[in-house]
Design a protein around this ligand. Structure first.
Ligand code: NDP
Ligand code: GUE
Length: 298
């Protein structure tokens, strides 16, 4: 029977630290500014963006949201990013993904100033993380939040533990693997071509699932006592709640994995709230750096 990791609570702790540090910055005349840019009307994206803006305001940030039409030309989006890069009131820029097909997401991401890249997606920040310069990098929010949950559970010394990351996206899987490697884990990254994934997962002291397939990781893939981090957010039909209703599940079959894991994150209430909290933490760090003030440790 596993310990259920309370991501909501840890996220609240992070937000409390951010809010306190924001008040200290305010005494010095600095207000952290976060700009969230969304293109199109994808309802799921709208929900996430709204909750990011709300959290930013609750932290005491200057929070702006730019909602652009789905057919906005790429040049207009690049021009907006140029303005935000140059705006001294803005310390963090987040362009909500995915972007519409007519826009080259790579070109847009790389247009963000690395100093304001609170998502950690630009080459500069990816490179800092990849070379082990973790302290100077903006680390992508979901892996950064997952790492904080792992450290709260297992302590800061993860040396020699075996970690398996299922998924190799630039947003989650790869940066997660780099963070675990920087923490001296022995890391294996699995993906859709991996052979005998269940057997590989059973070797993991730390198992991170970031696949996007509802409940794919079964209970018997989990090593006894392992720490299981479920990044997946999948909305599936829930006819038991009524016609047309849905519910959220992760990439891990929670009920089964709970029986074998030492600790496991729930969905919702696990990694999701941490993602938003780390966005606030990264924005605070950016504002602190711009003001030449030492940011708090998370
Ligand atoms: N909690 C949060 O804050 C966040 C949650 N998410 C959620 O995390 C999940 C993953 O997101 P993201 O990384 O963006 O997704 P992507 O679709 O970009 O990547 C999915 C990865 O899973 C791999 N994969 C797919 N099918 C299998 C399979 N059958 N066996 C093994 N590996 C497989 C893919 O392999 P290959 O490379 O070979 O195709 C790919 O590397 C999603 O559910 C998403 O909603 C994402 C961001 C934030
Ligand atoms: N540039 C960019 N950066 C991102 O960080 C980014 C993005 N684009 N695009 C989409 C994904 C997804 N994402 C989530 C954030 C919070 C929750 C979250 O708070 N989830 C709640 C549940 C929310 C609900 O009920 O729907 C939870 O798990 O408890 C989930 C997912 C950030 N993403």
């Amino acid at each position: 029977m596993a310990n259920i990791i309370d991501g909501k609570q840890v996220a609240e702790d992070v937000i409390a630290t951010v809010t306190k540090a924001t008040a200290t910055l305010a005494e010095k005349g600095v207000t952290p500014g976060l700009a969230v840019v969304i293109v199109g009307e994808d309802p799921a994206s709208q929900v996430y963006v709204a909750s990011k803006s709300k959290k930013a305001k609750a932290c005491g940030f200057h929070s702006v949201q730019h909602t652009l039409a789905a057919d906005t030309p790429q040049a207009d989006l690049l021009a907006l990013i140029g303005h935000l890069n140059a705006d001294p009131a803005i310390h963090g820029i987040l362009v909500q993904l995915p972007l519409p097909d007519h826009i080259d997401a790579g070109a847009v991401i790389q247009a963000i100033s690395p100093d304001k890249d609170v998502d950690g997606f630009t080459f500069v920040n990816v490179g800092r993380l990849g070379t082990g310069e973790v302290a100077s990098a903006f680390v992508p929010c979901t892996p950064a939040g997952s790492m904080l949950l792992i450290e709260r559970e297992r302590g800061r010394d993860l040396s020699g533990l075996s970690a398996v990351v299922v998924g190799r996206s630039n947003i989650v899987g790869k940066p997660m693997a780099n963070l675990l490697l920087a923490a001296n884990c022995t890391v294996t990254v699995a993906h859709s071509r991996t052979k005998d994934l269940p057997a590989l997962c059973r070797t993991a002291d730390i198992l991170v699932a970031a696949v996007g397939r509802p409940e794919m990781v079964r209970g018997d893939w989990v090593k006894e006592g392992a720490t299981v981090i479920d990044v997946g957010i999948n909305r599936i039909p829930a006819p038991e709640k009524g016609e047309g209703k849905t519910r959220l599940v992760g990439d891990v079959a929670f009920g089964e994995a709970f029986e074998r894991a030492g600790a496991i994150t729930p969905v919702p209430g696990g990694v999701g709230p941490m993602t938003i909290a780390m966005l606030m933490a990264n924005t605070l760090v950016s504002a602190s750096r711009a003001a030449g003030i030492e940011p708090p440790k998370f």
